[in-house]
Every structure is written in structure tokens, then in C-alpha cells.
Design a binder for this molecule. Structure first.
Ligand code: NOJ
Length: 532
């Protein structure tokens, strides 16, 4: 049987609010995405993942949802969504949407009803209300409980405007069954499940004994049967717009592979994101270890773990790889204080090598909008323009995620860089010095980051060794990463300080940067053809 499409798809994450603004409101929208479909087709991606576009007061950029089956007017209409799915399919691009089941908006009709109905009411049972809070902290900073005027408290693992659902209530289960069906019928190819590991909490909501213990809101056993039932729903919708089954990818941040094992089951969600490449230092041994870990997990489970180098929650790749790598897991506070030097040229060299690594590894890959332009994190956003609740809930101690969510520069020399027609103020400010990083500028610059992505994606489609499959490490020095894939492909990256010899009898088919008299300079990667 043919492998499902998602096992080697390249998916482009469209951060809708910042992609393209068709109505000159300063925020991106669905017609904006539609107008840029030719760009995405030329880039060579197989699918797009849209961050939430549902009606929302936008306290967490759309992850606070009022109506799971609608489109916020700022982003367009349901009809715009349908047109986008259809036009994307015409270009061979599938559409993936975000499902946010852990919490809704405090403006959701159910939560408003619960607030009005008072303690002990049926309406409150759809959420987690208690007479006294426990010691849990919000993942955005500050307490995870907010007191209501009648003295009860409700749980929110994120912002106070994002109350957690009670997943042991049948109405919640039924709501999301219906939400999945609603969007599957509209032709979505797959869903990305937000915080797929937190839906259930331990029944008696015990205090967290210490910060280092596994929190009682992660990985509860009931998730297993819930995701089995979701898989059955996905499988019951054959597609009419494209071949192959519907997919689902779980957002799970794990450091222990045993946690990933809980989700990588044959009958559960078909994919789990692999964020590990983003969280280890730029060093051959660390990268090799996370690659081996993933290969082991995929082999034993038969599951699929798409590789991720960036998303809307993480410091941009060229900045992350341009800082002291000891800070890689938690750069936020140091970046906020300006306490760390960011070497953008170096980070860019490494990012170029990293994407060649990502796209040469077996399996699927997710690309984050703007990484193909090499956009750096915008660190200088004035505090009063910052939107991320993590910035506000930590009293500014954490810099937050706004810096990786800045509107895309498409053309021109000054903001809004073609993001909208005309001089609109964008919802987050854009830096004044991005003229060389626009799509138009990079399309006409030989060797730009964008040209590298396009060349890599084209080769990946054409080369029989690339996509899903096997790889074999090549014996190399501690500073290098090298592996082969059959037929006839070799990858090599130099993560050391001095140039390394290239293997004999190979032809370079793509390089992340200039070579040094036939040798591979530091922070550079190549794709090689061994069949010469
Ligand atoms: C994960 C999303 O990626 C993030 O952006 C959001 O803030 C949280 N989930 C809460 O929904």
C-alpha cells in the first residue's frame, strides 16, 4: 500500500495574521493567503498549515476561540476559506488547520453561561471550577487560577482569558467531534492539535510537588482513547479534493522519548511534531543524538514525526543559531535583557546548513513562514506594541513571541514592505532594515536564502533518495554530520571551526554556502551525488 502523503510532505506554516493583508487592515487574512498561493506553489511546498482564524478576541493571537466553526471577520469569511481550499488544491497544495481543544476564550458562549450560572451549576461542569485553587502556574507565567466574583476559581493553563475545558464532560467530547467533522467536510487535509498533551488533568487536581516533577496536567491515560476516536473520525472522511487519508499532527513538547511513545500509536493521531532539532545546541553530537532518537521512535512505532526548525512560539532560527548555544533552550530572558550577542551572519550560515539537514532527513518537514527569507527575531519591538500574553504575564521578564510573528516583507524598501497595499500600520511593527529580506529582493538575488529553499525543495521532489525512508550515518569526525541515503545521495555538514575535506567521488548538487577550494567550510552543509 502507498505511504500516506503526510509521511514526507513539506508543510509551510502560514501565520495568518502576518502573512498577507488583502484588505489593508494591518493584519493578514484568508484572501491574502489566496493571493500568495502562486508564491507557495513556486516555493515547492505540499501543504500549508493555517494558525487559528476563528472568531476570537485575540488575547492569545487567535488561540482563544469563541466559535470553532467560524471565521473571524478580520480574516475573512467561511466562503473565503472554501475558496482558499479549492484554489490551493488546484495548485496541488493541501490545507491543514489548527484545532485548539484544551481551552476556549472566556467570551465563548459556554464560559459566559458558566460564569452567569454560578457555583455547582451544570454549565460550570464543562470547565474546571473549584472553591480553592491549587499551586499550578500558568504556562504563560503567573497563577493558573482566576477568581470569579462569586468566589470560585477557574483553571487556565494559559492566559486568564483561556479557560480550560473539562474533558471528562460529554458535551466537550461531542463539541470537538462535531468541530472535526465540520472542517473535514470542508476539505481540510489534516489538523494540527494544539497542546495535545494537556486535555485531561489528574482527577483530584493535586498540587505540583516540585517544578521538576511531571505535572498532573500532562499525558493522562484518557488521551489514548480520545485520539483513537479522533483517528476513526479522520479515517471516515475519504477525500475528494486530493488522494490519501486525512492527517493529524500533535503538538507535544517532550524531552523524554517515553512521552513521545505514549502518542506514537498505530491507532491514535498519525503524527507527533519533532521539535528536538530546535532545542539542542548547534553541535554534531547533539544533533546526531536527537536524530537517532527520532529514527528509533519512528522505526519501533511505525509513526511519523515531522521535523521542525521554527514556528510562531520559538525565537527565529537565524537568531537562535547566532547566540551562545548554551542558551539555546531558553534564550528569552537573556534576549530580553540584551545580555546576549546575536551574530546574525553566523546564525544565517548555520540556518542555511540546518535547512539542508532538515530537508535531507527521512520524513516530513514543517517550515515556518519567513524562515525561507532568513528573517531574524525582531528584538526591538517597543514594549507598548508587544501583544504576547507571556510578555505581560511575566511583567516583561520574558521577551515573548512577538519577535517571530512580525508581518512578512514581500517587496519595497520600507514598512509595510508589500504586506498590504498602501501605507497601513501593521498589527506588530516591522523593522526599518528589512529591504534586503523581502521576497522580491531575494528572488532577484542569486544565492539568497529564498533561492536556497527553492532549490532544495525542487531537488527534494525530484531526487528518489529524499523524502521518507532510511538513512545511514557515515563515519566522520566529531565536528561533522554525514549520512547517505539510497540511491546515491550523501549529506554532509561541518559544524566545526575549520574546513573539512569533502568525500572523494562525489559531486556537489547543492551547497548552503560557498566552498573553500573544494573543502567544506565551517557551518556549511552540502547535498552530494554519489553516483558519479
Ligand atoms: C500552543 C500554540 O502554539 C501557542 O501559540 C499558544 O499560545 C498555546 N498553544 C495556547 O493555545
Amino acid at each position: 500500500m502507498a505511504e500516506p502523503w503526510w509521511r514526507d510532505a513539506v508543510v509551510y506554516q502560514v501565520y495568518l495574521r502576518s502573512f498577507a493583508d488583502a484588505d489593508a487592515s494591518g493584519e493578514g487574512d484568508l484572501p491574502g493567503v489566496r493571493s500568495r498561493l502562486p508564491y507557495l506553489a513556486d516555493l515547492g511546498v505540499d501543504a500549508i498549515w493555517l494558525n487559528p482564524f476563528y472568531p476570537s478576541p485575540m488575547h492569545d493571537s487567535g488561540y482563544d476561540i469563541v466559535d470553532y466553526c467560524g471565521v473571524d471577520a478580520r480574516f475573512g469569511t467561511l466562503e473565503d476559506f472554501d475558496i482558499l481550499v479549492r484554489d490551493a488544491a488546484d495548485l496541488g497544495i493541501r490545507v491543514i488547520i489548527d484545532i485548539v481543544p484544551n481551552h476556549c476564550s472566556s467570551q465563548h458562549p459556554w464560559f459566559r453561561e458558566a460564569m452567569g450560572a454560578g457555583p455547582g451549576s451544570e454549565a460550570r461542569k464543562r470547565f474546571i471550577f473549584r472553591d480553592a485553587p491549587n499551586n499550578w502556574q500558568s504556562l504563560f507565567g503567573g497563577p493558573a487560577w482566576t477568581r470569579t466574583p462569586d468566589g470560585q476559581w477557574y483553571l487556565h493553563l494559559f492566559d486568564s482569558t483561556q479557560p480550560d475545558f473539562n474533558w471528562r464532560h460529554p458535551d466537550v467530547v461531542a463539541l470537538f467531534d462535531q468541530v472535526l467533522r465540520f472542517w473535514l467536510k470542508r476539505g481540510v487535509a489534516a489538523v494540527r492539535i494544539d497542546m495535545a498533551n494537556t486535555l485531561f488533568k489528574e482527577r483530584d487536581l493535586p498540587d505540583l510537588p516540585s517544578a521538576s516533577t511531571a505535572a498532573p496536567y500532562y499525558d493522562q491515560p484518557e488521551l489514548r482513547s480520545l485520539y483513537r476516536s479522533w483517528r476513526r473520525i479522520l479515517d471516515s472522511y475519504p477525500s475528494d479534493t486530493f488522494p490519501g487519508p486525512r492527517g493529524a499532527v500533535a503538538e507535544i513538547w517532550f524531552s523524554d522519548p517515553d512521552i513521545a511513545r505514549l502518542y506514537l500509536t498505530k491507532d491514535g493521531l498519525p503524527q507527533v511534531f519533532n521539535f528536538r532539532l530546535m532545542l539542542v545546541p548547534w553541535a554534531a553530537a547533539d544533533l546526531r543524538a536527537v536524530i537517532d532518537e527520532a529514527r528509533g521512535l519512528v522505526a519501533e512505532s511505525g509513526g511519523s514525526m515531522p521535523w521542525v526548525l521554527g514556528n510562531h512560539d520559538i525565537t527565529r532560527m537565524v537568531s537562535r543559531l547566532g547566540i551562545d548555544q548554551a542558551l539555546i533552550r531558553r534564550p528569552s530572558a537573556a534576549l530580553r535583557r540584551g545580555a546576549v550577542e546575536v551574530d546574525i551572519p553566523r546564525g544565517t550560515r548555520r540556518a542555511r546548513a540546518a535547512v539542508l539537514l532538515q530537508l535531507a532527513l527521512p520524513g516530513a518537514a514543517y517550515l515556518y513562514q519567513g524562515d525561507e527569507l532568513g528573517l531574524p527575531e525582531y528584538l526591538a519591538i517597543p514594549d507598548d506594541r508587544r501583544k504576547d500574553p507571556t510578555f505581560h504575564r511575566t511583567g516583561g521578564a520574558a521577551i515573548g513571541r512577538d519577535g517571530c510573528r512580525v508581518p512578512m516583507p514581500w517587496s519595497g524598501n520600507a514598512p509595510p514592505y508589500g504586506f498590504a497595499d498602501g501605507p497601513v500600520p501593521t498589527w506588530l511593527p516591522q523593522p526599518p532594515d528589512w529591504a534586503a529580506l523581502t521576497v522580491a529582493a531575494e528572488l532577484s538575488e542569486t544565492g539568497s536564502m529564498l533561492q536556497l529553499y527553492r532549490a532544495a525543495l525542487l531537488l527534494r521532489r525530484e531526487h528518489p533518495a529524499l523524502g521518507d525512508g532510511e538513512m545511514t550515518w557515515v563515519e566522520s569526525s566529531n565536528a561533522e554530520l554525514a549520512f547517505t541515503r539510497e540511491p546515491g545521495f550523501e549529506f554532509m555538514a561541518n559544524l566545526g571551526d575549520s574546513p573539512a575535506p569533502l568525500p572523494a567521488g562525489c559531486r556537489v548538487i547543492l551547497a548552503s554556502g560557498p566552498l573553500d577550494s573544494g573543502r567544506l567550510p565551517a557551518d556549511t552543509a552540502v547535498w552530494l551525488d554519489r553516483a558519479v
